[in-house]
Design a protein around this ligand. Structure first.
Ligand code: THU
Length: 131
């Protein structure tokens, strides 16, 4: 799938965001190795710290459906600033995705490509401890 298509799916998911406190709505689209796409949006809460970002919503939805191999993620917001994943989302992505994993960021007509390794150098990784 082309990045533009994945970004378009992320953009379409912005409308599902529950963001009454920040009024900053985010959509994410996570491409799985088998070609399926899982979407996510930010889900805020009156107890602010319980908020879940769009990226983690997408990852958790995919994992709950039995998918753990991912090819790329697109994250879209309709206004400034650009929706670069927060630290928690970077670490959650690192649980499943390698440093070269592409992250497409969009908050308008254009998009930017970065990698997970660029966003999260020196990741904490217990991969070799897995059984
Ligand atoms: N947010 C995301 O969902 N993803 C990002 O990449 C940046 C931030 C959400 C969390 C919160 O609901 C709102 O945007 C403002 O921080």
């Amino acid at each position: 799938m082309e990045p533009e298509q994945l970004i378009q799916i992320a953009r379409e998911t912005i409308g599902h965001a529950h963001a009454p406190y920040s009024n900053y709505k985010v959509g994410a689209a996570l491409l799985c190795a088998d070609g399926t796409v899982f979407t996510g949006c930010n889900v805020e809460n009156a107890s602010y710290g319980l908020t879940n970002c769009a990226e983690r919503t997408a990852v958790f939805s995919a994992v709950a459906a039995g998918k753990t191999e991912f090819t790329a993620i697109a994250v879209a917001a309709s206004k400034e600033p650009a929706p670069f994943p927060c630290g928690a989302c970077r670490q959650v992505l690192a649980e499943f995705c390698p440093p070269g994993f592409p992250v497409y960021i969009s908050n308008g007509g254009s998009f930017e490509r970065v990698t997970l390794g660029g966003l999260l150098p020196n990741r904490f990784d217990l991969r070799d401890k897995r059984e």
